[in-house]
Design a protein around this ligand. Structure first.
Ligand SMILES: *[C@@H]1O[C@H](CO)[C@@H](O)[C@H](O)[C@H]1NC(C)=O
Ligand SMILES: *[C@@H]1O[C@H](CO)[C@@H](O)[C@H](O)[C@H]1NC(C)=O
Ligand SMILES: *[C@@H]1O[C@H](CO)[C@@H](O)[C@H](O)[C@H]1NC(C)=O
Ligand SMILES: *[C@@H]1O[C@H](CO)[C@@H](O)[C@H](O)[C@H]1NC(C)=O
Length: 444
C-alpha cells in the first residue's frame, strides 16, 4: 500500500487491472503482461487438477462479531472473514523478485472459484461497501488465497426445554454446491481446533461464547458423497436479564398475594382485589416475556416458573374463597362460630350475675381471677412471632363474649389463614429450591 502512496501514477494503472499491490517493486507493465499471460487459454469453468485428483480447499474463519442469536427465528448471524486456499497449477508464474500478487475482487471474475456454500445458511450477504469486500492473492507456485467479508445468517435449531438456563449450540455447515468428494475436499487450514478464530473483543448482549468445536466429515446425500466442514458454537445464556425482568417480579408478586392472609377475613373487597391484581400481573409478565419466544409446544423453564407463580396467586385467591365460605357458614350456624375462630383480644370482662333469691335481688360481680388476667396479658405481648403467625396460643374462657367483641371490632382470624401463612411461603421456598437445582444441574 505504501507503494501506492509513493507512486500514485503507477498505482492508478495497477488498479485498472485490479492489482492492489505486490510484495516487492516491479514495473506495472510486467505484472499486467503477467496476468494477461496467465489468463490466456484459462477456462474458469474447469476446476484445477481436473481429472487428476481431488482439489483440497483449506478453509479458516475469523469472526469479527457474533450475534444476534434469535430464539424466535431459530437463527443467528455473525460477521466474519471467510478464507479459502487452493492450488491452481494454471496460475503459476515466474517473475523476478515477485513471490505473490494481491488482486482486488475484479480479478475474481476471471478465475475458477470453489462453489462453497453454507448448508444451513439463510440470508448471508457479502459486503459491498465501498467495494465488494473480497480479494485474492496468487503465490508464484499457484496457491490462491481468497478472502471475503461475509455476514452469515444461519439456522440454529434450539431446544428450549431449559430456557433460559439453556446452552444453545449453533452449527454452521460448509460444503460444495455440486462438487462431490471426488472433486473437492474441504479441510480446516489450521486443524480442527484453531481454524475458527474469534476476535477478542466480542461481546454479546445475552450470551457468552462457551467454546467452539470444528470438524471435517463426509456426508452422503442421494448416493453422492460430499465433503463437509462443520462448526459448533456453544453459547451460554446470561441469566441476569431474566432474573431482573421475570424471576424477581414473579417472586414479589407471589409474596404480595400472601399479604391477603394477614387481612381481616371480613374485608372481602380488599382481599379479592389483591388476589385478582396479583393473578393478572403474573399473567401479564408471562405474556410480555413470551413475546420474543417461538411458539414451542412444550413448556420452557421460564414457563414452568411463570405458571407456578400464577398458580400461587390463584391459590391465595381460592384460599380466601374457602375462608369466606367458612365464615358465612359459621355465622349461620350461630353458636358454632367460635370453633372456627381464634381470638385476638380476649378481654377479661366483668360479668354480672343476677340471682333471684326470694324477693331480694342480689347482684354479684365476678372478677376474673387475677392469674388469668396476668396470663392473658403476658401472652398478649409475648412476641412478635406469635402475633404475626396468628393467635393460636391465646385463649379465652369467655369465647362467646369475645367472639362478639371480635365481630364488632372487625378483626377476625381464620384457622385456614393461619395455616396458609406457613404453608404458602414454605412450599414456595421448597419449589424454588427444587426448580433451581433441577434447571441448573446441566449448566456447569
Ligand atoms: C520486468 O521489467 C524489467 C524492466 O523494468 C525487465 O528488465 C524485465 O525483463 C522484466 N521481467 C519480466 C519477467 O518481464
Ligand atoms: C531484485 O532484487 C534484488 C535485490 O533485492 C535487486 O538487486 C534486483 O535488481 C531486483 N531485480 C529487479 C528486476 O528489480
Ligand atoms: C454485492 O454485489 C453483488 C454483485 O456485485 C450482489 O449480487 C450482492 O447482492 C451485493 N450485496 C449486497 C449486500 O448488496
Ligand atoms: C479430516 O481432516 C484430516 C486432516 O486435518 C484428514 O486427515 C481427514 O482425512 C479428514 N477427514 C475427513 C472425513 O475428511
Amino acid at each position: 500500500m505504501s507503494y501506492c502512496g509513493v507512486f500514485a501514477g503507477t498505482c492508478l494503472l495497477f488498479n485498472l487491472f485490479g492489482v492492489i499491490g505486490t510484495e516487492s517493486l516491479s514495473s506495472p507493465e510486467n505484472v499486467t503482461r503477467l496476468l494477461d499471460k496467465l489468463l490466456l487459454n484459462y477456462k474458469k469453468e474447469v476446476r484445477p487438477n481436473f481429472g487428476v485428483e481431488p482439489l483440497y480447499i483449506e478453509t479458516d474463519i475469523y469472526i469479527r462479531s457474533m450475534g444476534p442469536v434469535s430464539e424466535q427465528n431459530m437463527a443467528y448471524s455473525m460477521q466474519c472473514y471467510f478464507r479459502q486456499r487452493w492450488y491452481d497449477e494454471r496460475l503459476k508464474f515466474n517473475m523476478e523478485n515477485v513471490s505473490q500478487v494481491t488482486l482486488s475482487n475484479h480479478f475474481l471474475k476471471y478465475i475458477w472459484k470453489p462453489t462453497t456454500y453454507f448448508l444451513n445458511g439463510r440470508r448471508s450477504v457479502q459486503h459491498n461497501i465501498t467495494v465488494p469486500n473480497a480479494f485474492v492473492r496468487i503465490r508464484n507456485d499457484g496457491l490462491l488465497y481468497m478472502s471475503r467479508r461475509l455476514t452469515i445468517n444461519a439456522l440454529c435449531p434450539m431446544m428450549l426445554m431449559n430456557f433460559p438456563m439453556d446452552k444453545p449450540v449453533c452449527p454452521l455447515y460448509i460444503g460444495s454446491y455440486g462438487y462431490t468428494i471426488k472433486d473437492i475436499i474441504y479441510l480446516w487450514k489450521y486443524g480442527n481446533d484453531k481454524s475458527v478464530e474469534l476476535a477478542e473483543e466480542i461481546t454479546m448482549s445475552q450470551f457468552d461464547m462457551h467454546f467452539i468445536e470444528a470438524n471435517n466429515l463426509t456426508d452422503s446425500t442421494l448416493g453422492e458423497e460430499y465433503s463437509i466442514l462443520e462448526v459448533y458454537f456453544h453459547f451460554k445464556r446470561h441469566l441476569g436479564f431474566f432474573m431482573i425482568q421475570t424471576y424477581l417480579p414473579c417472586c414479589l408478586i407471589v409474596c404480595i398475594s400472601w399479604v391477603s392472609f394477614w387481612i381481616n377475613r371480613d374485608a372481602a373487597p380488599a382481599r379479592v382485589l389483591l388476589g385478582v391484581t396479583t393473578i393478572l400481573t403474573a399473567a401479564a409478565i408471562g405474556i410480555m416475556i413470551r413475546d420474543g419466544l417461538p411458539r414451542v409446544s412444550y413448556a420452557t423453564g421460564l414457563d414452568v416458573y411463570l405458571n407456578v407463580c400464577i398458580v400461587y396467586a390463584l391459590a391465595a385467591m381460592i384460599e380466601f374463597a374457602v375462608v369466606h365460605y367458612m365464615l358465612g357458614r359459621s355465622e349461620t350456624a350461630g353458636g358454632n362460630a367460635e370453633e372456627e375462630d381464634l381470638l385476638l383480644t380476649p378481654e377479661p370482662t366483668t360479668v354480672a350475675i343476677h340471682e333471684h333469691e326470694g324477693d331480694g335481688e342480689i347482684t354479684t360481680f365476678l372478677q376474673p381471677p387475677d392469674d388469668l388476667e396476668e396470663q392473658i396479658s403476658s401472652k398478649k405481648h409475648r412476641s412478635f412471632f406469635y402475633r404475626f403467625f396468628g393467635n393460636r396460643f391465646r385463649y379465652s374462657r369467655k369465647k362467646n363474649r369475645v367472639h362478639e367483641i371480635a365481630l364488632q371490632g372487625g378483626y377476625h382470624e381464620s384457622r385456614i389463614d393461619i395455616w396458609a401463612r406457613y404453608i404458602f411461603p414454605s412450599s414456595f421456598i421448597l419449589f424454588n429450591i427444587v426448580y433451581w437445582t433441577w434447571y441448573m444441574r446441566k449448566r456447569y
